[in-house]
Design a protein around this ligand. Structure first.
Ligand code: NDP
Ligand code: MG
Length: 403
């Protein structure tokens, strides 16, 4: 039985075109792809707000191109620098600090919020968008991992709509549309398997960050690329699917599909599998969410199934890549465990990217954090932030050997 996270209004009740967008994480991989879609479809979108963090130069270029009324960056120095980079005669409001993203997410002028900040930093603005009744194109899966229950509740109260940008969840959203949720038996998330899917288990301990960053099929930011290599990305996606579709983790299965063409499947009780297929290009899922329920013509080569020839599927190597089952364990235990899982992973990935720990230490740190986490069934926002911070400090101490 599917119980979707938010209401899904009829087409006529959704914002008309041009839609006014707030893009959070504009300077990242998803943000850039979203702005490429907007640039290719003049007249369909107005960019009301753009938010980056540290890449002020890129944000200034985007701002000069789209002329939003609001901009946000991480700190005051960045805000001053940004102001000096803008073209003459254009003076938007420039906000800074974590609160700035929350303000932008709730702007009365913005109708659709693309939530594409990376990591737990995406939670406060995503929750603000949910509380403000926005249409949320949700890429930031971490906000559902941390607070799926709060986002679900906020959407029900405000009428906010969540549309999943994550390609697997977007595929499921499309494969479930128009069908009765009662007829669904389970969901199947596909996984590329990451750059190490063929590596012998014994070699994984010596895998480097440079090797892990070379994803075979998708071009993405650094954090999610490492998550794909450890299979933590698929673990986070299992939790994301549980919150989006209202299912227990046993009914969210995972199959490795190295070609990344079938983006996920819904399995119905009569044995039918409905899938969405497409090129591994995030513009498809992004454009679908920004224009929902209509579709844009995209400049993407059509899928040539005859040229592809073969699509393959197999079980994940769960023993060699323990993060997938650690995520299952966390969501089966409690929302508090999911917060600890995410925080430990973010710290460990950061250390791995700086060559301070090895590849297999990421799962070791997450497992350690889960073992020391107490069950929390309905944590409020402040409790989530406290568990997040406490876990980060504890894992940092553990990894640097001071625990
Ligand atoms: P990137 O690392 O490419 O971009 C991250 C964005 O977040 C940048 O705009 C960055 O700003 C901003 N940012 C970083 N830290 C903060 C902070 N503390 N506060 C506010 N903004 C911050 O990530 P991706 O675009 O790859 O991923 C974004 C999200 O989308 C993630 O949650 C990821 O899991 C999800 N996702 C991504 C997919 C992909 O294909 N890339 C696919 C599916 C989901 P700046 O660069 O200016 O510092
Ligand atoms: Mg995904």
């Amino acid at each position: 039985m599917i119980d979707y996270i938010s209401p899904l209004p009829k087409a006529q009740d959704l914002p008309s075109f041009p839609r006014r967008l707030c893009v959070l994480g504009a300077t990242g991989s998803i943000g850039e792809s979203a702005l490429a879609v907007a640039a290719d479809h003049p007249g369909q979108f107005e960019i009301t707000a753009l938010a980056g963090a540290r890449n002020v130069t890129r944000l200034a270029e985007q701002a000069a191109r789209f002329r939003p009324r609001y901009l946000a960056v991480l700190d005051e120095g960045g805000a001053k620098e940004l102001k000096g980079m803008l073209p003459a005669g254009y003076s938007p409001e420039i906000l800074h600090g974590p609160g700035a993203y929350v303000t932008l997410a709730a702007l009365p002028e913005a109708q659709v919020v693309l939530s594409a900040i990376v990591g737990a930093a995406g939670l406060p603005p995503t929750l603000a968008a949910a509380q403000s009744g926005k249409v949320i194109a949700l890429a930031n899966k971490e906000s559902l991992v941390l607070a799926g229950h709060l986002i679900r509740r906020a959407c029900r109260e405000s009428g906010a709509v969540v549309l999943p940008v994550d390609s697997e969840h977007n595929a499921l959203f499309q494969s479930l549309a128009g069908h009765s949720g009662d007829d669904v038996d389970h969901l199947i998330l596909t996984a590329s398997g990451g750059p190490f899917r063929e590596w012998p288990a014994a070699d994984l301990a010596s895998a480097t960050a440079a090797q892990a960053l070379k994803h075979p099929n998708w071009s993405m930011g650094a954090k999610i690329s490492i998550d794909s290599a450890t299979l933590m990305n698929k673990g986070l996606e299992v939790i994301e699917a549980c919150w989006l579709y209202g299912l227990p983790q046993e009914r969210v299965k995972v199959l490795v599909h190295p070609q990344s063409i079938v983006h996920s499947l819904a399995a119905y009780r009569d044995g039918s599998l409905l899938a969405q297929m497409g090129q591994p290009d995030m513009r498809i899922a992004i454009a679908y969410c920004l224009c929902y329920p209509s579709r844009l013509p995209l400049k993407i080569a059509p899928l040539d199934l005859a040229a592809l020839g073969t699509l393959t599927f197999r079980e994940p190597r769960a023993d060699d890549f323990p993060c997938l089952n650690l995520a299952r364990q966390a969501v089966a235990e409690s929302p508090g465990h999911c917060v600890a899982l995410n925080a430990a992973n973010e710290v460990a990935v950061e250390y791995f990217l700086k060559d301070r720990i090895g590849f297999t230490d990421i799962a070791r740190a997450v497992s350690w954090a889960l073992d020391r986490q107490q069950g929390l069934d309905d944590p409020d926002f402040m409790t989530i932030m406290e568990v997040d911070q406490a876990t980060r400090s504890a894992v940092a101490a553990y990894l640097t050997g001071t625990t």
